[in-house]
Design a protein around this ligand. Structure first.
Ligand SMILES: [Zn+2]
Length: 375
């Protein structure tokens, strides 16, 4: 009897220690093409003063400039780099032995998002074309599991996300591009939808992030997903267009959205104290005045003569990414020094482990979780 009780207690202890690391929900937010350079050092002195990229340098500097890079970092992304980094982890400051990169050989968006969401690199995913992903994302793998049906969803600004998630095959809920918000999700749906139509987006294939965020938040409150992905896109497009001022403002606003979401989670039944937040990006960008607007590997650039001529080595460093995370499953480590460089493909298994799932069981080919940040 005594032995039995002891064994039973041991079993219960093991069980609770297993449960202790798992949280019920994960929200993953991606900020398209935000450089690690800005995340860790704030506004770039070479760009904020450059008249080609900034309309009103004095006004921009009043908002984002300080001599000390740590102060600049706080001016740009206070929530991710201070609150999240203090209560959780942040990775990717290459000046401080903290490194993370993509594994895919392209350094642009579809291969990046596929790597984040599937945990594998498929060499056939080599363009941003609207091709249904033959690989299953964690949204789909979970949607097929008991307890997760209709409990995963993705909201994106870019209109290629339905293909990345393969919504037709997977049945995963996707709202991306200029899709409207369903009326039953929010009393504000009509107004938000009207505004989405009335306010011109600078781009034909990417909506403004405010709509993506507000739609996603409405969905979260109405449908209570266990895994929600929110993919914001303005930063990348403003950078491609050479608007460093808009790029900075958009990064700052993204940080404000993340703060708002976290505060919302902490007062929402079902999410309070059992939700983990993960923030990352699909790729980096160039490091210099002549290439910060761009991103792509040597291999990608070699596919057109013009691109190859302009950047024969590709955009060096655009494979470098960053990640921040906090929540009950995440150790409060602050900046994580990496012995071996972490990879983008590890995000998928990390999310599954946070949810208490076994990544190897769902897809044995998946890259391993980032164990060092998990409780
Ligand atoms: Zn991108």
């Amino acid at each position: 009897m005594n032995k039995f009780i002891k064994l039973n207690t041991l079993f219960l202890l093991l069980l609770t220690s297993q449960l202790a690391i798992a949280t019920q929900n994960v929200v993953l937010i991606t900020l398209d093409g935000v450089r690690w350079q800005e995340v860790f050092n704030g506004a770039d002195t070479n760009l904020i003063n450059h008249s080609d990229f900034v309309k009103d340098s004095a006004a921009l500097k009043a908002e984002f400039w300080h001599e000390n890079p740590k102060n600049r970092q706080q001016l740009l992304m206070p929530f991710v780099t201070q609150a999240m980094a203090q209560k959780g982890v942040i990775i990717g400051d290459r000046n401080k032995e903290s490194m993370m990169s993509v594994s895919n050989p392209w350094y642009f968006s579809y291969p990046g998002y596929s790597e984040i969401l599937t945990g594998v690199v498929d060499k056939n995913i080599n363009s941003n074309d609207k091709i249904p992903n033959p690989n299953k994302t964690i949204l789909e793998l979970l949607h097929q599991q008991q307890g997760y049906k209709n409990k995963t969803a993705l909201f994106g600004s870019w209109d290629v996300f339905p293909f990345i998630v393969n919504d037709v095959r997977s049945g995963v809920y996707v709202n991306a591009g200029f899709m409207p918000l369903e009326k039953e999700l929010s009393k504000d749906a009509s107004l938000l939808n009207a505004m989405q139509n009335e306010i011109p987006s600078p781009w034909h294939n990417v909506r403004l992030d405010s709509f993506t965020y507000r739609f996603a938040k409405a969905y979260l409150l109405a449908r209570k997903p266990k895994l929600l992905v929110i993919s914001l896109g303005e930063t990348d497009d403003f950078a491609h267009d050479g608007h460093y001022d808009h790029y900075l403002k958009s990064a700052k606003q993204s940080d404000a959205f993340i703060k708002d979401l976290w505060q919302t989670l902490q007062v929402t039944p079902g999410y309070k104290n059992n939700t983990t937040l993960i923030i990352t990006t699909d790729h980096g960008r160039g490091s210099h005045v002549n290439d910060w607007q761009h991103h792509s590997s040597k291999q990608a650039m070699s596919r057109t003569e013009q691109a190859h001529k302009a950047f024969p080595k590709g955009i060096i460093g655009s494979e470098h990414i960053w990640l921040a995370a906090m929540g009950p499953s995440i150790k409060p480590l602050g900046l994580v020094k990496t012995h071996t460089e972490l990879k983008q493909a590890q995000v998928a298994a990390t999310i599954l482990k946070v949810l208490g799932e076994n990544p190897q069981q769902l897809n044995p080919a998946m890259a391993p979780a980032i164990e060092e940040i998990l409780k």
